[in-house]
Design a binder for this molecule. Structure first.
Ligand SMILES: [Zn+2]
Length: 529
């Protein structure tokens, strides 16, 4: 008898939330419509966030103004913000709610060196010469995610929807600098679903290895130490650290022929010595080693270390190295992608104006790229590439191997651009970015509602994660226990440019848009070819 009482009691407790979910799931189409309408109402705020973060133009690890601004908005809206997560001063987690499921929105916030560019101008015209700028469009991501989160908070309050929404910034994504550290710090431990968002010229999502153009990587700096001497009167007393850098680079280029075609590796010399008449006692080179999977990335890293040590031996110098970034190749969740695709289809492409298309075509012409304007059609969800080729990297990869995740590509930029350059900043504080961010926010909010209201969908996403994605591949971090986030990076560059950029920070109190503040007619194209 007693046993029955217990079972009966438990059933009563358990049935209530299930019924509530079922009722709410029935309302899902209506709630999604409401979410889209609420996102539309927040268009002015979305635009302000796009423009404000564009004007801050902060490089990786130095996103102080951006973080202050975004967390300010979230705190004002009753999100609880924890700052400085995983030992990264500009990283934070903003949380609303305390129940299951826990849904994380993530998007990057850092910009690109030397990419300063006046928005709406279809040729190279920097706001501040040589300064960083949003030449990747990361300024729009928080506008997408914060807008979606504010709308969800409203709906959760109004309709008593259970769950937790968290927002996390991708700090120093261009350096692949933080997300492996977030994972190591346990930031995703109790998270059910991760919805990432990234700027694109198309509206799409993907699963598995996607189009196959993802690589993972390690980013490593090699520091050579030699012996200074007068380069003319006593060169035999010196040992050149620069010689070692050059030999390492030459060695790597010979070895390149005998590496798999999937590898991608590139370098910059970050210290080449001071002046020619001093034998350089210190020199340093920075490599990105990219490959398709964990074992091959590890192997490439080993080859790099061997090259460095051999170059040191040849030159009588010593070397040490520091891992400053790492990323697994992303692997995205099929269940979430299929759910998200339906929302992309429902939202549809933004309505581009004549002016938007004119800007896009003028920029494409300026660059000698294919002139086809902005995309008008949505991309269908396609099968993952059978043979991945590799390409760029994103440290969301590490998250995707720990929690079911998708990566929404929202249409806020112009197609056929070179990437990581001033050209990719042209559209990023114009109506193209504003409308694309609004469209992205709708999909983020609607997809979150799908998972908040259908617990079985969360379960299915985890089944795919456990039984398909991680059946044979197990996540292992590239980080050694002593690796720390490289939080000092870009400090000097930002200290140099921040005072000049400050004069151009967007003031939404005085100007409706950043274009208006800068006095740029939209669009501005060359009058003569
Ligand atoms: Zn990016």
């Amino acid at each position: 008898m007693r046993k029955f009482y217990v079972v009966g009691y438990l059933a009563a407790v358990l049935i209530v939330p299930v019924e509530l979910h079922a009722q709410q799931a029935g309302q899902l189409p209506v709630l999604k419509q409401e979410a889209a309408a609420e996102v539309d109402k927040l268009q002015a705020l979305t635009q302000q966030m796009v423009d404000e973060i564009f004007s801050f133009s902060e490089l990786g690890f130095q996103e102080y103004e951006t973080s202050r601004y975004v967390t300010g908005i979230l705190e004002k809206n009753a999100f609880h913000v924890e700052h400085g997560i995983a030992g990264v001063p500009t990283a934070w987690v903003a949380t609303y709610g305390s129940e299951k499921p826990v849904i994380v929105f993530i998007t990057d916030i850092d910009c690109i060196p030397r990419a300063s560019q006046k928005p709406g101008v279809a040729y190279h015209d920097p706001i501040v010469e040589g300064a960083p700028g949003h030449g990747e469009g990361h300024n729009s991501g928080m506008a997408v995610n914060v807008t979606a989160a504010l709308v969800l908070k409203r709906l959760m309050d109004e309709h008593h929807i259970a769950g937790t929404i968290k927002i996390i910034p991708g700090v120093a994504e261009e350096l692949l600098g933080t997300k492996a550290f977030y994972v190591r710090a346990g930031v995703f431990k109790d998270v059910d679903i991760v919805l990432g968002a990234h700027v694109e010229s198309e509206f799409s999502t993907s699963y598995g290895t996607g189009n196959g153009e993802w690589s993972g990587l390690v980013s490593v700096q090699y520091f050579f130490h030699g012996k200074a001497a007068h380069a003319a009167s006593a060169p035999w007393e010196g040992r050149s650290a620069l010689d070692a850098v050059e030999l390492m680079d030459a060695g790597w280029d010979f070895r390149r022929e005998h590496l798999r075609p999937a590898q991608r590796s590139h370098r910059v010399i970050i210290n080449g010595g001071d002046q020619p008449n001093v034998v350089p006692s210190e020199a340093a080179v920075w490599y990105y080693f990219r490959e398709l999977d964990y074992p091959h990335i590890k192997d490439l890293y080993e080859v790099g270390n061997t090259m460095a040590e051999s170059a040191a031996k040849m030159t009588g110098t010593t070397v040490d190295h520091k891992l400053v970034g790492s990323a697994w190749p992303p692997y995205l969740n099929k269940v979430i992608a299929e759910t998200q695709q339906k929302n992309i289809d429902a939202v549809g492409m933004p309505k581009w104006s004549e002016a938007d298309q004119t800007l896009a075509k003028a920029l494409q012409k300026e660059l000698g790229a294919k002139v086809e304007g902005l995309k008008e059609k949505i991309e269908p969800l396609s099968e993952p590439a059978k043979k991945p080729t590799g390409g760029g990297s994103d440290d969301i990869g590490d998250i995707s191997w720990n929690v079911p995740m998708v990566y929404l590509m929202y249409p806020a930029n112009i197609p056929n651009l070179p990437g990581h350059s001033w050209a990719n900043g042209v559209a990023m504080a114009t109506p193209i970015a504003h409308k694309g961010s609004t469209a992205g926010a709708k999909v983020q909010a609607m997809t979150a509602l799908d998972f908040l209201l259908q617990p079985q969908l969360v379960q299915q996403a985890w089944e795919y994660f456990r039984n398909v994605q991680t059946k044979d591949v197990h996540y292992e971090t590239f980080l050694s226990p002593d690796d720390r986030p490289a939080v000092e990076m870009n400090k000097e560059k930002m200290e140099k440019f921040a005072p000049q950029l400050k004069k151009y920070y967007y003031d939404p109190e005085r100007f409706k848009t950043y274009l208006e503040q800068l006095g740029i007619p939209y669009p501005t194209a060359r009058t003569k070819p």
